[in-house]
Ligand binder design. Structure first.
Ligand SMILES: N[C@@H](CCC(=O)N[C@@H](CS)C(=O)NCC(=O)O)C(=O)O
Length: 230
């Protein structure tokens, strides 16, 4: 593919999973994205100039060369995936497109959102810590992981025979699962998920986009602050 075209600017921060997803989709399609220069999270996105463009003041946020402005990672991801149809990211038929949407929604609701709750508890950003909710969220996360592991037991990719938006979305939500819960037992139990994740992040076209895979020895857990820090 010879589209080495800059399509616009993405505001994100380097570790943001949604930003990684969007950068991967652009790279897969042979498109270039500029990254919003001098962006400081919780500063830049609170400025009137940013809020005028993106009223909810959140990242990722995209502004196309043609002036199109988009927020919400799912919308940005679908738009970028649509720009180079030959890249195959949105599937070949309406049925494939529907299945891709299914897995995007599934990954967001059944994996990504649970990762987020667990990580907010650990970082002390969701207070007070509620042990029962943490346990229940982990249970739901593992149920989601089991569903995708079963799906991948007889497949390399989520839909069809090549990489689509579904694969890049699932891989991007798994970044956080790998850094929270993929201890040795989890890696053994969900071996198909591990194989899939490595297949996606090691694609030559996606080089340098996903973070290096570091295996956990133990699952991350909430640690109560010492009395004086409360
Ligand atoms: N559902 C949104 C989530 C966007 C979001 O929550 N972004 C966070 C960072 S991960 C943010 O910009 N927070 C800034 C704020 O709350 O002011 C998406 O997928 O784009």
């Amino acid at each position: 593919m010879s589209h080495s075209k800059n399509i616009g600017t993405l505001w994100t921060v380097a570790p943001q999973r949604e930003g990684i997803r969007i950068r991967a989709l652009a790279a897969w399609s042979g498109l270039e994205l500029s990254i919003g220069e001098g962006y400081t999270h919780y500063e830049t996105n609170r400025t009137p100039a940013f809020e005028e463009k993106f009223p909810n003041g959140k990242i990722p946020a995209f502004e196309g060369k043609d002036g199109l402005r988009l927020f919400e990672s799912i919308a940005i991801s679908r738009y970028i995936s649509s720009l180079v149809p030959e890249a195959g990211l949105l599937g070949k038929t309406p049925k494939e497109a529907a299945l891709i949407n299914q897995w995007v929604a599934f990954a967001t609701n059944n994996i990504g959102n649970h990762n987020l709750t667990i990580s907010l508890f650990i970082r002390g950003l969701l207070k007070p810590y509620v042990k029962g909710l943490d346990i229940e969220t982990r249970k739901r996360l593992f149920r989601g992981l089991e569903t995708i592991d079963n799906h991948l037991s007889i497949r390399t990719f989520f839909v069809g025979e090549g990489i689509t938006l579904a694969d890049i979305t699932v891989a991007s939500v798994l970044i956080c699962s790998f850094s929270l819960v993929f201890d040795p037992d989890t890696r053994k139990k969900y071996a198909n998920v591990v194989r899939f994740y490595k297949t996606i992040i090691n694609q030559p076209k996606l080089e340098g986009i996903f973070p290096e895979l570091v295996y956990l020895e133990k699952q991350e857990q909430y640690v109560a602050p010492k009395k004086e820090d409360k």
